[in-house]
Design a protein around this ligand. Structure first.
Ligand SMILES: Nc1ncnc2c1ncn2[C@@H]1O[C@H](COP(=O)(O)OP(=O)(O)OP(=O)(O)O)[C@@H](O)[C@H]1O
Ligand SMILES: [Mg+2]
Length: 280
């Protein structure tokens, strides 16, 4: 209880709206990667800074003990992405192995960037989503091979130069919540490992969250994550939602404070983006 009172003052809705104003909604480009907003750098309310999913760090692993704010952080990241990037720039595949946490994103009407494939049949939904991303990756790789490029950044650079085209090839982001359950499903695990391996060259990124330390069973999977956020409580401030950053397993000397991301705000945003898409 002591936690809650101090923290709800720091609110992700206000933070994201102050730093990505209305005039900037759907105004960002994924040309060089996807911006990830974990909150305030070192807790300083002036510094709402992003980390990046790009060629160097295509995928993000979110770890932390139960109840310390992983789902809140993932919701915050999704909220800022939906605000920054249009459906021409990004598509989101949201897979929660507990199913419940992401349900709100599939209530209609939802934001146009969210990919809905047979969601009512949840068992099939997970595999179909991964299959769809695998197919997309394979198509892109054969296109790149034909054009003599090796990765999306090169493709965007060349396409931009050749045609003066302003929008880059769309990025896909697969978000896996509580993926530990996936380790017991060899078919899904094999497909995801394949996807992470080939996806990194062609604009398919992943964020995976877990409360488990069982990394041994998932070595091949974990090795694809160059960026890690470890969510914990601040040692002296009695606050949840502090994020330590690791690049390639090495701790960086910085942390972020993630504000509280209210689910009502998320629902409101989803409705707003759904109607914005209809106006276009
Ligand atoms: N950054 C934050 N600021 C304020 N409160 C927070 C924050 N993060 C989490 N909380 C509070 O803690 C509760 C649990 O957080 P959350 O569900 O994000 O944890 P989790 O790490 O995903 O837990 P689990 O492992 O059980 O899924 C939230 O409902 C919220 O009340
Ligand atoms: Mg959670």
């Amino acid at each position: 209880m002591k936690y809650e009172m101090a923290e709800k003052v720091l609110n992700y809705a206000e933070s994201v709206e102050a730093h990505i104003p209305e005039s900037k909604v759907w105004d960002s480009s994924t040309q060089d990667g996807i911006q990830i907003h974990p909150g305030f750098l070192d807790g300083d309310l002036k510094n709402f800074f992003p980390e990046f999913l790009n060629d160097n760090t295509p995928n993000l692993l979110v770890r932390g003990l139960p109840g310390y704010g992983k789902t809140n952080l993932v919701n915050a990241i999704i909220t800022s992405i939906l605000r920054m990037y249009s459906k021409e720039e990004i598509e989101l595949y949201l897979v929660d192995f507990k199913q419940v946490d992401f349900d709100l994103y599939f209530q209609k009407p939802t934001a146009p960037q969210i990919k809905v494939i047979d969601y009512d049949n949840y068992g099939a939904y997970i595999e179909k989503s991964i299959d769809s991303l695998l197919e997309l990756s394979k198509e892109r790789i054969s296109l790149f091979t034909k054009l003599g490029v090796t990765k999306i950044s090169e493709y965007n650079e060349r396409l931009g130069r050749a045609t003066g085209e302003s929008s880059p090839m769309k990025r896909s982001l697969l978000i896996l919540n509580e993926y530990t359950a996936m380790l017991e499903n060899p078919v899904i695990l094999r497909k995801i490992n394949q996807l992470l391996k080939i996806g990194r060259a062609c604009g398919v990124h992943a964020i995976a969250a877990t409360q488990s330390n069982r990394t041994r069973e998932a070595l091949e999977f974990i090795s694809q994550f160059g960026l890690t956020f470890v969510v914990s409580a601040h040692p002296s401030k009695n606050q949840k939602g502090w994020v330590d950053v690791y690049y390639g397993g090495r701790r960086a000397s910085k942390s972020y404070k993630t504000p509280f991301c209210d689910e009502n705000y998320i629902r409101e945003s989803l409705r707003k983006y759904a109607s914005l898409a209809l106006e276009e």
